[in-house]
Design a protein around this ligand. Structure first.
Ligand code: NZQ
Ligand code: ZN
Length: 386
């Protein structure tokens, strides 16, 4: 296990009716910028409820509405502008990862003199941010408890993750009942996303990190158990609660610190979203089994076999056979049990015209990954997933 420092200061209020804690925003001032997406929070009533608590607490609310899935830099700029002209004290995101990520970069942009896209390209420029608050409505990204944000500039086909301690939310409200209204498509994609975060940390040659590995396996078992239940029964509280809490832990650093290599399935997926604007979790589900197959060899087999045995109960005694069984179980879970799209064509990627460019960008991030991937490797994985 390598040395690490971990810092997770976000105050979490987890459970039913925890939205009453929005009154705590008063600790950061009076003027709040409320960021939200395309309207789901108006349809399910969270918007009205939140506004009444904020007003009751004496907060003045400004709005940044219409944050896109795969949030755009243009929307971040709009938010920064409101912060500057209105003298905003804090940012509150109510929504999924896209809304929270947008709010994070708005909060940092408000304390930065240049264009906020600089902060996306160079995380060292994020020195401070307005206090960030979140009410989570979709279990997936873990943005509610991590220091990352992912922003796109579709005019350049670029989607990059940034991150800094200043982007850690001050407080996040996690009420699982708020995710009852999440569609089957987003429930499945969210489950694939949180599983992928766990995989990215889990598949590593680092030895001696048993806490992180066993914790990762436990998270995966929880996701595999409750993902299908949430699909079949969207208002099953325990299913939604376990998915929500597992998603936060998959990326808050606990399974990453001390053992994780550089992530590589995420960079490959971010290119798909940058060029084709697809749903992040669907892209990950499509790429993951293809990636696992690509990296499977005698050296990686013991690690993939441990996953197969400890998560799926694979009984094969030979490592290569067990690993193959685990990959097949993963494939079946995503595509049969969760009904996720099986290949790139199913999400509208019908030719290879951008593979070369996407692979060039993605492979640059995969130099220190579990198995380092060259541009050619990434193209091969895209082809396998086609
Ligand atoms: O926009 P609204 O109307 O709110 O609808 C959203 C959106 O259409 C809807 N939704 C959210 N909560 C709902 C709901 N619909 C009904 N009921 C609810 N309670 O779901 C759709 C997708 O929302 P989005 O926020 O885009 O999904 P997600 O949470 O999966 O976020 C995806 C974004 O996060 C980034 C991804 O790349 C992508 O841009 N990621 C962020 C990470 C982080 N900050 O650490 C890490 C991840 O790996 C990921 O890259
Ligand atoms: Zn992700």
């Amino acid at each position: 296990m390598y040395d690490f420092t971990i810092y997770v200061p976000t105050r979490i209020h987890f459970g039913r009716a925890q939205i009453s804690h929005l009154s705590e925003l008063r600790e950061s001032g009076e003027k709040v910028l409320l960021a939200y997406g395309g309207g789901s929070i108006k349809r399910n009533g969270i918007y009205d409820h939140a506004l009444s608590i904020l007003k009751e607490a004496g907060l003045q609310v400004f709005e940044l509405a219409g944050v896109e899935p795969n949030p755009r830099i243009e929307t971040v700029r709009k938010g920064v502008e409101i912060c500057r002209t209105e003298g905003i004290d804090m940012v509150l995101a109510i929504g999924g990862g896209s809304t929270i990520d947008c709010a994070k970069v708005v909060a940092a942009g408000a304390r930065y003199d240049g264009d906020p896209w600089d902060l996306v390209l160079d995380r060292t420029k994020i020195r401070s941010a307005l206090p960030i608050y979140a009410v989570l409505t979709l279990a997936a990204t873990g943005s509610e408890m991590d220091m990352h944000a992912v922003i796109s500039d579709m005019t350049k086909n670029e989607k990059w993750g940034t991150g800094a301690e200043a982007l850690l939310p001050t407080m996040s409200i996690l009420d699982p009942s708020y995710t009852f209204s999440v569609s089957k498509k987003q429930t499945a994609a969210g489950t694939a996303d949180m599983m992928s975060h766990t995989f990215e940390n889990y598949f590593s040659f680092e030895e001696g990190a048993d806490v992180q590995k066993r914790f990762g396996e436990a998270l995966l078992k929880v996701m595999i158990k409750y993902g299908p239940i949430a699909l079949a029964h969207p208002d099953d509280y325990d299913a939604r609660a376990n998915l929500m809490w597992a998603a936060s832990h998959a990326i808050n650093g606990l399974t990453r610190a001390g053992c994780a290599p550089a992530w590589c399935v995420h960079p490959m997926e971010h290119e798909l979203s940058a060029f084709y604007d697809i749903t992040h979790g669907e892209g990950l589900a499509i790429l993951t089994p293809a990636w696992m197959e690509h990296v499977l060899d005698v050296r990686t087999a013991p690690i993939l076999a441990a996953y197969a045995r400890n998560v799926w109960g694979a009984a094969e005694s030979d490592d290569l056979e067990a690993a193959r069984a685990g990959i097949q179980r993963t494939r079946d879970f995503f595509f049969k049990t969760m009904g996720l799209p099986e290949n790139l064509r199913a999400v509208g990627i019908t030719d290879e015209q951008h593979f070369e460019k996407m692979a060039e960008k993605a492979s640059a991030a995969c130099v220190n990954s579990f198995v380092p991937l060259s541009k050619e490797d990434v193209i091969e994985i895209y082809r396998k997933a086609f």
